[in-house]
Design a protein around this ligand. Sequence first.
Ligand SMILES: Nc1ncnc2c1ncn2[C@@H]1O[C@H](COP(=O)(O)OP(=O)(O)O)[C@@H](O)[C@H]1O
Ligand SMILES: [Mg+2]
Ligand SMILES: [Zn+2]
Length: 232
Amino acid sequence: MECKCRGSGYITKIVDGEEITTYCDCKMKEEIKRTLRKKYDKAGIPVDYWDLEIGRDYKNLTPTNIDSLKKINKYVLDLNKTIENGKVLYLYGDNNSGKTMIECCILKEAIKKDYSAKFITMAQLVNIAIQAMGKDDAPRNKLDELTKCDIVGIDDAFDTEKVYISDNGIQNAKMDDVFRTLVHNKKSIIVTANVNVDGISERFSKNIIELLKRKMESFQFTGRFYEHSTRS
Ligand SMILES: Nc1ncnc2c1ncn2[C@@H]1O[C@H](COP(=O)(O)OP(=O)(O)O)[C@@H](O)[C@H]1O
Ligand SMILES: [Mg+2]
Ligand SMILES: [Zn+2]
């Protein structure tokens, strides 16, 4: 159905004999969307997740998924409290079960509420943390910006196939610093992983895991519980 502005984005009204042109609601919505998209981009949220929403296109939900979604929903509905309490949400389970999607949705909600947010994979985090030991200021500034955010999403965490930890464990030491700064400043963290927190590989620092556990709540996801609405 065509909008009352007939797609132009503007509406002309006569007020007190004067012709006044204003933005149509559709253009206002468009502008808000554009501004938000810029913020999602700046926060590092992958484009694929910009338009996905929690609760849309879900099919074949298992009891585990329903339970996790219900519990997570509480934290999203009360996002101010979740963020102000520096809550750590640990989302784990099968590949393609929608963990990253939910993580991104929570970050997007935070952005809509004007909180500062960042999305990063743990592999990227490790790389930056290692680079930050060098002469270049850029990686240090990036870490600084990350640790100052209200809420940080750390994707594909604690996966030995994705995150390289050398035998001397230098990556753990650097990550420890980042996590400690976040937790001690009461920042909120969302972690996605493919294993339960107690099943994390020994290669990762026990200290980091213990640190996160203090503020952590875990949510399990199984299978592939949504279906693309455009599927043919
Ligand atoms: N509610 C949804 N509606 C449509 N597509 C979805 C939905 N949830 C996830 N997807 C898509 O499914 C794929 C897998 O989801 P993702 O969150 O990346 O899974 P995981 O992080 O658990 O591996 C992604 O390509 C994502 O775009
Ligand atoms: Mg993922
Ligand atoms: Zn319009």
